[in-house]
Design a protein around this ligand. Structure first.
Ligand code: DX5
Ligand code: ZN
Length: 221
């Protein structure tokens, strides 16, 4: 299986969002990553179900919705109705994590859980049976354009062993500061899905070239 590239629209030009999405899709993007921030779990405020619905009408790619919000359980249905395919909540924001992941699946979406850089891999050990995706943050959530934190790489390996022990087919996704330079070591650690905002939408040679550079960086290609 080749890698999944999930460009984050956080760095897209919102005045031309439809066009930018189409460029990414034509260049071979696999998913569209949508960063939802509430000004509480993280300082920034970004997008809600309304934008997810707008993106849903502009592309046929799966929508990978990353909820950096408090009380995500209150909003799951709205995001599912708006067209989300993958719904990822933060372990740090969910006292009832198992129930929240079950609720995501009950809405017909794939259930993901995200770990901040300071959150250990073991925090997901009790929910492995209701997980479709583990999103490892390699920056502090809140903004695009930050530098990759290399100390998350051993945690990816720990997540991989945890999933393997449970024979879980869940995908490991990485988010934050991903470039063609650091993609190989993250891949070797076990990641197969790669979020990228700056390396796609702010890539100097354009969106298509950004996606191609990431694609070419996959080891063994
Ligand atoms: C950060 C978001 C990321 C962000 C990545 O809080 O979750 O998805 O858009 O941006 P880059 O790829 O520029 O680090
Ligand atoms: Zn994200």
């Amino acid at each position: 299986m080749s890698i999944i590239i999930s460009p984050s629209i956080l760095s897209a030009d919102f005045a031309r969002l439809g066009d930018q999405l189409q460029q990414a899709e034509a260049a071979g993007a696999d998913w569209v990553h949508i960063d939802v921030m509430d000004g509480a779990f993280v300082p920034n405020i970004t997008m809600g179900p309304f934008i997810v619905e707008t993106v849903r009408r502009s592309t046929s790619l799966p929508l990978d919705v990353h909820l950096m919000i408090e009380h995500p359980e209150r909003h799951l249905e709205a995001f599912a109705k708006a067209g989300a395919n993958w719904l990822t909540v933060h372990v740090e924001a969910c006292p009832h994590l198992y129930a929240t992941l079950q609720a995501i699946r009950a809405l017909g979406c794939k259930a993901g859980v995200s770990l901040n850089p300071g959150t250990p891999a073991g925090s997901i050990s009790a929910v492995v049976d209701v997980l479709d995706l583990v999103l490892v943050m390699s920056v502090n959530p809140g903004a695009s354009g930050q530098r990759f934190i290399p100390s998350v790489v051993p945690k990816i390996r720990q997540v991989r062993s945890l999933l393997a022990e449970a024979a879980s087919p869940a995908v490991i996704e990485i988010d934050g500061g991903i470039t063609a330079q650091n993609l190989p070591e993250v891949y070797e650690a076990g990641c197969r899905a790669f979020v990228a905002a700056s390396s796609v939408y702010k890539f100097p040679a354009g969106i298509a070239a950004g996606i191609q550079a990431l694609r070419k960086a996959e080891p063994g290609r």
